[in-house]
Design a protein around this ligand. Structure first.
Ligand code: HEM
Length: 331
């Protein structure tokens, strides 16, 4: 981790690689090239962001110095990680030999998603240590809040174990659910649809999820609990009316999340140059995302938006693959 001139360049290169994958061909929503149609989630962007959370799931506030991150690929069989295994980020993390940690790798994938899909742009901190594979985490099996079996109060207790404040919880949990949605294959307690978007713009990282929550729309038990929680509701109202306030809090809370268990004084910081996905609005609405999911699954219903986005994706593909090749050369 010592070489400060090389590392930032490789981090920028890797960030571009992630963005290249996201853009082939459905941007921030469904990526049919990477996600096989039979998989429970076909939303690579959402999966990577989710993975950044799950990678710190073993954090124990009673052992704050215990390094927990970088181990997600070893825990994909746990029920709390159902559906994440398909994520290319975690598979990459298990086989690609970069000169920085798997923890950095997974955090960067999540952060690249936030920036590329319309969220706040912020520096990436790097130099995280990876947890030791043989760490006995067994006392903390099922350590992440489980939407299918826990009450809202139990989930809130588990989120407190991650040292999350109310603002962290609202920004990170409901806020991250700005992207993606629930899948019958993973969350039969929530939906009987293959894909149930969390908000009306599941391919855009924005504050619409809070506006929808105030209109009574919530999908996960945790989000439905948050909107009813008198401690949390004022924050939902704030973020619904003020996207800047949401983004400001998100940056702080995301940093906190991906640094759980790490010695933050030993981390360095580098600016990322990531462009926002050019067809965000066109591809990010619930209707466009559902149409793309249908197309990716081989559905026969042609929908105007899906056809339009896959056409634009074809020319975009060439550019994206060039970006991928160039960024691998840089690495
Ligand atoms: C109490 C905490 C949380 C609970 C109970 C929870 C629960 C869930 C559930 C049930 C799903 C649906 C999975 C599926 O059916 O495919 C989901 C999806 C998702 N979660 Fe969370 N979540 C929590 C916190 C977070 C956090 C902190 C993040 C990110 C920082 C996050 C990011 C996501 C994303 C992006 C998706 C969409 C995945 C996709 O579309 O494939 N969640 N979450």
């Amino acid at each position: 981790h010592g070489n400060v001139t090389i590392i930032p360049r490789t981090i920028q290169g890797l960030a571009m690689t992630f963005v290249g994958h996201l853009d082939v061909p459905y941007g921030c929503s469904v990526n049919s090239d990477d996600m096989p149609p039979e998989s429970p989630s076909q939303n690579l962007a959402a999966l990577w962001l989710r993975a950044a959370f799950h990678d710190v799931g073993k954090f124990d506030a009673e052992k704050p110095e215990q390094v927990v991150s970088g181990l997600l690929p070893n825990y994909l069989n746990e029920t709390e990680n159902a559906g994440i295994g398909i994520s290319v980020a975690t598979s990459f993390a298990s086989y690609v030999k970069f000169n920085y940690s798997r923890a950095d790798f997974i955090a960067l994938a999540g952060q690249a998603v936030v920036i590329h899909c319309g969220g706040p742009n912020f520096n990436f901190s790097y130099g995280r240590q990876d947890g030791i594979r043989t760490t006995p985490f067994t006392s903390l099996a099922q350590s992440l809040p489980d939407d299918a079996i826990h009450t809202y109060d139990m989930m809130k207790t588990k989120l407190r174990r991650l040292n999350f404040t109310n603002a962290d919880i609202v920004a990170l949990v409901t806020g991250s659910h700005s992207l993606g949605g629930a899948h019958k294959a993973i969350s039969p307690h929530l939906t009987d649809q293959k894909f149930q978007p969390f908000d009306s713009t599941p391919g855009i990282f924005d504050n619409v999820v809070f506006q929808d929550a105030l209109k009574g729309k919530c999908v996960t038990r945790v989000d439905c609990g948050i909107i009813k929680d008198p401690e949390m509701k004022p924050l939902i109202e704030l973020y619904a009316s003020n996207q800047d306030a949401f983004f400001k809090q998100y940056v702080e809370s995301f940093e906190k999340m991906v640094n759980l268990g790490q010695k933050t004084s030993e981390l360095s910081s580098v600016a990322l140059d990531i462009e926002v996905h050019e067809k965000l609005a066109e591809e990010g609405s619930a209707q466009a995302v559902l149409a793309a999911a249908d197309a990716a699954a081989g559905g026969s219903k042609p929908v105007a938006t899906a056809v339009a986005s896959s056409k634009s994706g074809a020319s975009g593909n060439v550019v994206c693959w060039m970006v991928l090749v160039i960024s691998f050369l840089l690495l």
